[in-house]
Design a protein around this ligand. Structure first.
Ligand code: ABU
Length: 376
């Protein structure tokens, strides 16, 4: 039985291009949700080392190149399925990538590797207007990740979307600093401050999750997986219709902006208290309110091999009123309610173990939005 709100949302689909999204908050109509089936633990190399903490290196050393342990896969898969059910109940069309065995090894003229997963579409895909861009990525384990999305991409292309793949990097040794010295958090702070990362400027690379969208203005960070040439490619590709701003954060391990800096609606951005933004004045001058996230509640012993506890900020906005927040992040529920949001709690901590939460595991394909300016 469709509610009138649901029917209204479906009705408005007809007037929009199949792929259409300009920001993180307009009413969501269709979304890709990733999956963990077929996931493989990446082999421990310089990029994995630079993006993970020493206490977790044993995991990659032990399982690298092998399928994720079943006891991690099963509960995460169940939570993802339940998340899809919740989205559908809220009137959102959910699409899933193909199942691929990422443990198959591959060899290019430049390197050999095994894969990772199709769990985090936000890392590889970004939608800007009616265009869907496949990011080049930076980890060798992610070189062929796009294959899981090709059925969907072809379908969207046939229905009128503009589909772009950014230049595929060689991922040869020149793209990486194999001597990147990173044993302690102090090393990490120092190197990040100096603007030194494990990826070099040999060729463009970026992960789509280093981009956040506010209409005509896009905000991107130079991170361990996004280099300056990658940002230049994006800026040149998008041309005059968009402004691409580079933001820098006080972050010892920058990788993906969506647990660091999260626009919530026009005039309101959520920031991470541990990762202040050096260019926050851009937002203040534009009249935006800047709110700081409350502390996460995840216990210290929760297995988090590829991310931080700040996944509590990695929320998904369904429209300027509704937000999906992890079930046990109660301080965040209160925080969002105080900002006037209706909170939809969903259990997701088993998915956290794979490196992301609601924003990471999705790519919004269609929001009821148009290109707008938000004061920048
Ligand atoms: N891949 C999402 C970012 C996670 C983090 O900043 O901890």
């Amino acid at each position: 039985m469709l509610t009138s709100e649901h029917s209204k949302r479906l009705a408005s689909t007809k007037t929009l291009p199949i792929v259409n999204s300009y920001n993180e908050w307009d009413t969501l109509q269709e979304i890709i949700v990733g999956r963990v089936e077929g996931a493989c633990v990446p082999q421990f190399d310089a990029t994995i080392k630079a993006n993970t903490y020493p206490k977790n290196w044993w995991f990659f050393q032990k399982y690298g190149g092998r399928p994720y342990p079943q006891e991690l896969l099963e509960p995460a898969s169940k939570q993802l399925n339940e998340f899809c059910r919740v989205l559908e109940g809220e009137g959102v069309t959910v699409r899933r990538p193909d199942i691929i065995d990422f443990s198959s090894s591959y060899k290019t003229p430049d390197f050999e590797a095994t894969g990772l997963y199709a769990a985090m579409p936000r890392d590889i895909l970004t939608v800007i207007g009616n265009e869907i861009i496949e990011a080049p990525m930076a980890w060798r384990a992610r070189f062929f990740e796009y294959r899981a999305y090709r059925s969907l991409m072809k379908e969207y292309l046939k229905q009128g979307a503009k589909w772009t793949t950014a230049p595929k990097p060689l991922m040869s040794d020149e793209l990486y600093d194999f001597d990147y010295p990173i044993e302690t958090v102090e090393d990490r702070h120092e190197l990040a401050e100096l603007g030194r990362f494990v990826t070099t400027e040999f060729e463009p690379c970026f992960d789509a999750a280093d981009i956040t969208r506010c209409g005509r203005d896009l905000f991107v960070q130079r991170s361990q997986v996004t280099n300056k040439l990658g940002i230049t490619w994006l800026r040149n590709h998008l041309g005059d219709r968009f402004r691409v701003h580079t933001l820098k954060f006080q972050d010892p391990n920058p990788m993906h902006i969506d647990a660091t800096f999260v626009p919530l609606r026009p005039g309101l951005v959520l920031t991470n208290p541990d990762r202040p933004c050096y260019q926050i004045d851009i937002f203040k001058k534009a009249g935006w309110d800047v709110v700081t996230a409350v502390q996460p509640t995840l216990p210290d012993n929760w297995p988090l091999y590829m991310s931080s506890k700040w996944l509590c900020m990695n929320i998904l906005i369904l429209d300027p009123k509704r937000v999906i927040v992890e079930k046990d992040e109660e301080p965040m529920h209160k925080f969002f309610k105080n900002l006037g949001f209706e909170v939809i709690p969903v259990a997701f901590r088993h998915v956290y173990t794979f490196g992301g939460s609601f924003h990471c595991v999705t790519c919004d394909i269609r929001r009821d939005s148009q290109l707008e300016e938000y004061g920048f």
